[in-house]
Design a binder for this molecule. Structure first.
Ligand code: NDP
Length: 391
């Protein structure tokens, strides 16, 4: 029998379950590239329920306990004697979400002598030291595509929010004002701007596709170039490097994974090469940007705005400078955990567990590390290395 430790974010402060705004969510059977949505044998939750918090338990308890396995669910992951650290010692599986990541450092992986599988309930396994997973023959899997469109929608919202200056305008309404001149003094149209995506994977391409009808000039950079038909369809200009692309863009959206090649990609030098008054949106990972360089660029006016939902560490401490820097549109890490997305990544987590417990292969597209090497989606998009350290 296996022990599964699941680290999830805290319940809503008003209690669980929340009062839901809607009765259901649309069913999505597949994704734009033909990949099917998760296909667990069954689910024990209603799509649209809050599953990503401690009481939601990703809808896994009945399934696991009915088979005799042990499920431990906690949000306590940081203190030296956290529940995670105590329960890890004899855990076979650790599950967490990027929104509230269990940082699976080398130390934790080596301490967990039974550990065989680390699942990201969502996308992005940079909170796991992939080198350590490789060396300790631990499989790492994530639910590829489960929330890619959710993030793409958030990116488009944030681009419009920054360029049109939505948040300060809304604040004038809350403050009982009618200060149109104040509200529009930083407000522009997105139309005809140059918008570039760092990476054109699932999220990056979905963002580009959604932006096309806005009449913008679209750019991208990626390690592998998109098929020419896609470039033509979307009118994309390809740049070999972010350094080539950034200076020509009014808006840059970051959609690559965090790995050694991308850590602190947006530093003083790259930010300094951008147009004065450019906007930067980062829903990929906080550490792809140099935290303090972003603050400096906003304070100097080099950037007109920065928005995103990814921070380091997570949860972000109360004094994290991105909470108080000027002209930002940050959210907590929410873009990929809409109730719609949760139904898919909870289903995908269950699918991965069903496969693993029944000794059936996990889908290749869900694999990041297997058999002591990068595998599946991981072999395509990641480079091995630890990204779990400081800042
Ligand atoms: P994909 O794997 O589909 O796409 C990632 C793309 O990044 C690939 O096209 C890859 O290139 C490219 N890439 C990798 N390294 C570089 C680099 N050095 N320079 C330029 N491009 C690079 O992933 P998704 O689109 O689904 O997700 C992307 C990231 O978004 C995730 O890794 C995660 O960090 C983040 N994310 C955030 C969420 C949130 O809630 N905020 C939710 C989901 C994901 P190629 O394949 O051509 O090698």
């Amino acid at each position: 029998m296996s022990k599964i430790v699941c680290v999830l974010y805290d319940d809503p402060v008003d209690g669980y379950p929340p009062a839901y705004a809607r009765d259901d969510v649309p069913t999505i059977a597949g994704y734009p590239d033909g990949q099917t949505a998760p296909t667990p044998e069954r689910i024990d939750f209603k799509p649209g329920e809050l599953l990503g918090c401690v009481s939601g338990e990703l809808g896994l308890r009945n399934f696991l306990e009915s088979r005799g396995h042990t499920l431990v669910v906690t949000s306590d992951k940081e203190a030296p004697d956290s529940v995670l650290d105590r329960e890890l010692v004899d855990a076979d599986v650790v599950i967490s979400q990027p929104f509230w990541p269990a940082y699976m450092t080398r130390e934790r992986i080596e301490k967990a002598r039974n550990l065989q599988l680390i699942i990201t309930a969502g996308i992005g396994s940079d909170h796991t030291d992939l080198d350590a997973a490789i060396e300790n023959n631990v499989t790492v899997a994530e639910v590829t595509y489960s929330n890619s469109i959710s993030v793409a929608e958030h990116v488009v919202m944030m681009i419009l929010g920054l360029v049109r200056n939505y948040i300060p305008q809304h604040q004038w309404v809350l403050d009982k004002g009618w200060n149109i001149a104040d509200a529009v003094s930083r407000s522009y149209d997105l139309e005809a701007m140059h918008v570039g995506s760092v990476a054109a994977g699932r999220i990056g391409t979905a963002v580009l596709r959604r932006l096309k009808p806005f009449g913008v000039h679209l750019h991208y950079t990626d390690k592998h170039r998109l098929p020419s038909e896609v470039e033509e369809e979307l009118g994309l200009t390809y740049h070999a490097t972010p350094q080539d692309m950034a200076p020509v863009c009014d808006v840059v959206t970051i959609n690559c994974p965090l790995h050694p090649e991308t850590e602190h990609m947006f530093n003083d030098e790259l930010l300094g090469s951008m147009k004065r008054g450019a906007y930067l949106i980062n829903t990929a990972r906080g550490k792809i940007c140099d935290r303090d360089a972003i603050v400096r660029a906003l304070e100097s006016g080099q950037l007109a705005g920065y928005a995103g939902d990814v921070w380091f560490p997570q949860p972000a401490p109360a004094d994290h400078p991105w909470r108080t820097m000027p002209h930002h549109g940050m959210t907590p890490h929410t873009s990929g955990t809409s109730l719609s997305a949760q139904a898919r990544y909870a289903g995908g987590t269950r699918e991965i567990l069903e496969c693993w417990l029944d000794d059936r292969p996990i889908r290749d597209e869900y694999l990041i590390v297997k058999g002591g090497a990068l595998a599946g989606a991981g072999a395509h998009s990641y480079t091995a290395g630890a990204k779990t350290g400081e800042r």
